[in-house]
Design a protein around this ligand. Structure first.
Ligand code: ATP
Length: 304
């Protein structure tokens, strides 16, 4: 079994009468892109803060890279690249100067500093504007700078809280491509987001937080399993309906949804019956279905 990179048992945080995080057992394995989904206010940021030792848990335990947090933070944190809500930066310094400061604070070797800073600026697409003061950066540029900071030191794990906040569609795509590239290179990524589509596009595993509770934790391909029904595209809908009498769930002028899960057998049956088939595909559950079912009434606060 692959190593657990982030594991929690009964992790709980209360703020007075509010239980922000309610006994969650996270299980993030090596090589995962773990999509941590939840509506606004469901407790994602509080969880991320506990994982990083920025907030103390009320009860429960957390281990990151096999070590208890926050106790072993000094050992663990240098191996984590983190981006948590509106990353802080010195506004009067340039993006490049900010990264140099961070690298120095992290005890990066001075002789190789320029190379490291150049590399992360390039990775996040800030190479052309790195000499401008951060005060002149847009929200999206600040977010990229936060990502560049997280990438300094080539961390084994990235913990990112809403990393595409403030980015335009092009920027969102670039961040997605960058995360996929890092994942291919072996980086484990914990990505918190309220955007279903964002998570659906890059996650390998998904955890869904609903009012502080972890209501789903599963591989994305398992969640998106086939429903047992098959889409058929054909110019011969009437003929197909006659042939599949009683098994047709719905249809329109070019396609049918059929209650059959054996796609090959369905194809053979249609072709034998003289129906021209231009497309066949198993219907799959969507992440939205899964979240709607598990998160119940609060799921209307998700964005797709
Ligand atoms: N320092 C705090 N003091 C009191 N309540 C807090 C504090 N931090 C968070 N909360 C409450 O805990 C709950 C969870 O908040 P949290 O920020 O973790 O959610 P979230 O899922 O990250 O939402 P968002 O995406 O809006 O940041 C909310 O009800 C919030 O008001």
């Amino acid at each position: 079994m692959t190593a657990t990179i982030i594991g929690t048992q009964g992790l709980t945080k209360r703020f007075g009468a509010i239980t922000a995080v309610d006994g969650i057992d996270l299980d993030v394995r090596e090589g995962d892109v773990y999509g941590f989904l939840g509506a606004n206010g469901s407790g994602k940021t509080t969880t991320v803060r506990m994982l990083l030792g920025l907030v103390l848990a009320t009860s429960g335990t957390a281990e990151v890279l096999g070590r208890p947090m926050p106790r072993d933070g000094r050992h663990v944190l240098p191996q984590i690249g983190a981006l948590v809500e509106s990353p802080a930066a010195y506004p009067r310094l340039s993006g490049r100067a900010n990264l140099r400061v961070h690298d120095a604070l992290a005890h990066g070797r001075r002789a190789t500093r320029k190379g490291r800073v150049d590399q992360v600026l390039e990775q996040v697409g800030l190479a052309g504007v790195d000499e401008r003061p951060v005060a002149a950066y847009s929200l999206g540029m600040r977010q990229r700078l936060g990502l560049a900071h997280a990438l300094l030191g080539e961390p084994r794990v990235l913990v990112l809280d809403e990393p595409t906040n403030g980015l335009d569609p092009q920027g969102i795509r670039e961040v997605r491509d960058l995360l996929l590239q890092l994942h291919r290179g072996g980086t484990t990524i914990f990505l918190s987001s309220h955007l279903l589509a964002e998570v659906e596009q890059i996650a390998t595993r998904v955890g869904v937080l609903d009012r502080g509770r972890l209501v789903v934790q599963e591989r994305l391909d398992v969640l998106k399993r086939p429903t047992g029904r098959t889409y058929v595209r054909t110019p011969d809908v009437a003929q197909a309906r006659a042939l599949l009498d009683g098994q047709v769930e719905s249809y329109d002028e070019r396609s049918l949804l059929v209650r059959v899960d054996d796609v090959a057998a369905l194809n053979a049956l249609l072709v034998r019956g003289g129906v021209r088939v231009s497309g066949l595909a198993p219907e799959r559950h969507t992440l939205e279905d899964v979240v709607l079912e598990a998160a119940g009434a609060s799921s209307d606060r998700f964005e797709s």
